[in-house]
Design a protein. Structure first.
Length: 304
């Protein structure tokens, strides 16, 4: 079983401690609990499932769920408990639904990535199994030591530091979940956007302040110029260079709106245009107005 958490804000650690036990313990808590097995082995039951948890395992107890911890062969078990609250109650999710959820999120992210502008709709979800095994105990121990240190210092920033450390654990567990899904579903083929096209668009977003040629895009993806042209033609019905120009014009409009003190010439050079007049001609061809008129209009709120 898996659980989906929506994290719009940092999770909050409400309790954090370590115990060494070989006794039976049964209880429920209003907050979510991560039980990390530091040493030894024990049995943990939650809902209708029972796990044998050994060193390096992590067991998730969702908020308001009763659980029972039992010893195995009366052996001692050292465990670290992290009680935490999140924005909302965890949503129980079956593997098939989880897979379709991840594929849809991948599609949204890929579609947004190749669009001319970003709308920042990236999902902020954490996916945790109720029992994670085969984890890096040294990695977990290091993060837990950080949380202990942050809590002991009692600085103003201790909440942020502890929450960030908890996020590191949650992301680590989520990445393991996603890797398991990738073993069953080829996420790159689950959407129709070629990997090299995404790589080319990412290159454009990183280097849009420079001169970008078709050779540059083909070289960064290790494909021919003809193949790169086909990628953009199929996805955008446009050439790679026209896509670059349109993206630069979009960024120039952002600069004009956010930084009215910049001149058109300064903006042109900032975006890799050596000729301000050439930039102005391209801007008018794409937007229907000159850069100067656009800049005046957005800062004087005229409708024409």
């Amino acid at each position: 079983m898996y659980y989906k958490f929506k994290l719009l804000t940092l999770p909050k650690i409400t309790n954090f401690y370590s115990v060494v036990r070989n006794t039976v313990w049964q209880i429920s808590d209003k907050d979510n609990i991560l039980i990390i097995i530091n040493e030894g082995v024990c049995e943990i039951s939650c809902n209708t499932e029972t796990f044998t948890a050994a060193q390096g395992d992590v067991v998730l107890i969702p908020a308001n769920h009763s659980y029972c911890r039992r010893p195995i062969d009366n052996t001692m078990c050292k465990m670290t408990y992290i009680h935490f609250s999140a924005d909302s109650e965890p949503e129980q999710i079956e593997f098939q639904k989880l897979t379709s959820d991840i594929v849809e999120q991948k599609r949204i992210m890929d579609t947004e990535m190749i669009s001319e502008t970003r709308f920042m709709t990236y999902p902020q979800n954490i996916y945790l199994p109720n029992h994670s095994t085969g984890l890096d105990i040294d990695k977990l121990t290091s993060i837990l030591a950080d949380i202990t240190l942050f809590s002991a210092k009692r600085k103003i920033t201790c909440f942020l530091q502890s929450s960030t450390a908890l996020c590191e654990i949650l992301i680590y567990l989520t990445n393991l979940t996603l890797s398991h899904i990738a073993d069953d579903v080829n996420l790159e083929n689950a959407v129709s956007i070629p990997y090299n096209l995404k790589k080319a668009v990412a290159y454009i977003r990183r280097h849009y302040t420079q001169i970008i040629t078709l050779d540059d895009l083909a070289r960064c993806c290790n494909v021919s110029k003809q193949q790169m042209t086909r990628y953009f033609k199929d996805a955008f019905d446009d050439t790679p260079i026209n896509y670059v120009i349109k993206y630069k014009i979009t960024k120039s409009k952002e600069l004009m709106f956010n930084h009215p003190q910049l001149s058109v010439t300064e903006i042109a050079y900032e975006l890799g245009f050596n000729d301000q007049h050439y930039f102005s001609r391209l801007f008018k061809k794409i937007t229907g107005e000159t850069p100067s008129h656009y800049k005046y209009r957005v800062h004087h709120y005229t409708a024409d």
